[in-house]
Design a protein around this ligand. Sequence first.
Ligand code: ZN
Length: 184
Amino acid sequence: MIQNVLAAASFAAAVHATHRRKGAAQEPYINHPLEVAQILAEHGAPEPAILAALLHDTVEDSSDDPEPVTLEALSARFGAEVASIVAEVSDDKSLPKEMRKALQVKLAPKKSEGAKLVKLADKISNLRAIMIAPPASWDHARRVEYVGWAGLVAAGLRGANPSLEALFDTTYREAMAALARETA
Ligand code: ZN
């Protein structure tokens, strides 16, 4: 329902109001969840996955706020299924970064179908960002490492949506080819 989609988009925009993407252009952060949700809508994802895509970073990115967004609040406002997908795609920020990255690879195959869709579209959006607007501080090796890691996570997310998986594969190949050209 369009009302729910806009409510989730507005909710996420408010949470991310002061957040910026890491790329050199420092785009408003909300551009990212909007892109993830759009990718899912274009690939026939069910509504709870689209809402969860819009909200997917609201819990993780508000954890240091005076009033952090909780899964309970998301559940009350957008339903239990949406909240549970957001929970599944949120990293445990108390763990060191390398461990969180390893866990994403390990746990990907165990995710629900909705969480697999959101994670895969999230990685597609992030690979596009690496090509178009990489963080200024990321050197070539770090970008190659990121794209390779995204491929490992995506390998565990297969089986939920073949056309979305095909889009990931294309995006992954484009990102690797662009990185290879940089060194040529
Ligand atoms: Zn994301």
